[in-house]
Design a binder for this molecule. Structure first.
Ligand SMILES: Nc1nc2c(ncn2[C@@H]2O[C@H](COP(=O)(O)OP(=O)(O)OP(=O)(O)O)[C@@H](O)[C@H]2O)c(=O)[nH]1
Ligand SMILES: [Mg+2]
Length: 227
């Protein structure tokens, strides 16, 4: 497992890292979103390093973790993108979302505002990635287990999977990440991304040709875009 610390502000430098790795079919990218201090980095640490260090600075801008696993007999390379949720970074650079295959959306069960802000994060996510699987996560349940009795309707409302977890004691952390990886892989395998790109190329190409040649074909590329 390799950790790449990218200290670039505002997502600068992300594209270089991004570029070298997305050619392989079995490479997926999973992003993590949520307010500052909800436990995004701690959840990753718990899963990737099987540990929890109580004191650590908040993520500066972006940390990339590389992780290898197997799904249905195939070797999968996972890039986990962890970002800072501070106000100063509240709107993510587009490249953070670029080619992401799944999202883990985290709030802190002890702080209501972080739950309220889910809708802002979710809205931004959907602007860039309208289709990718997204798991909603209620973190820090170790602090007061009674919270698991509460109804959190955000996930239900948007028809998203929802897990109660704790980075501190490890509850549901492995399940969360292994499910996120499976969802990312299945999204990538079924996604129309590549086809869409090709179709867009063809559409542009068609536009340059005389009308009569393209009139028959114009419908199909459009309908693919909506899959
Ligand atoms: N009790 C408890 N504390 C937690 C848990 N997860 C994280 N924390 C604490 O919450 C604080 C913030 O955790 P981080 O993982 O740094 O939060 P973050 O979401 O990465 O924050 P930014 O990087 O600023 O966006 C730390 O002090 C952690 O020790 C948990 O499951 N239970
Ligand atoms: Mg962090």
């Amino acid at each position: 497992m390799k950790v790449v610390n990218n200290m670039a502000r505002d997502g600068q430098g992300v594209t270089e890292i991004d570029q070298e790795k997305y050619d392989a079919d079995e490479n997926v990218k999973i992003i993590c979103l949520g307010d500052s201090a909800v436990g995004k980095s701690k959840l990753m640490e718990r899963f990737l390093m099987d540990g929890f260090r109580p004191q650590q600075l908040s993520t500066f801008a972006l940390t990339l973790y590389k992780y290898t696993t197997t799904v249905d007999g195939k070797t999968i390379l996972v890039d986990f993108w962890d970002t800072a949720g501070q106000e100063r970074f509240q709107s993510m650079h587009a490249s953070y979302y670029h080619k992401a295959h799944a999202c883990i959306l985290v709030f802190d069960v002890q702080r209501k505002i972080t739950y309220k802000n889910l809708s802002n994060w979710y809205q931004e996510l959907r602007e860039y990635r309208p289709e990718i699987p997204c798991i909603v996560v209620a973190n820090k349940i170790d602090a007061d287990l009674r919270v698991t009795q509460k109804g959190f309707n955000f996930a239900k409302k948007h028809n998203l999977p929802f897990y109660f977890v704790s980075a501190a004691d490890g509850t549901n952390v492995v399940k969360l990440f292994t499910d996120a990886i499976k969802l990312a892989v299945s999204y990538k395998q079924n996604s129309q991304d590549f086809l869409d790109e090709v179709m867009r190329e063809l559409e542009n190409f068609d536009l340059e040709k005389p009308d009569e040649e393209t009139s028959e074909d114009t419908e199909s590329p459009r309908s693919k875009d909506e899959v």
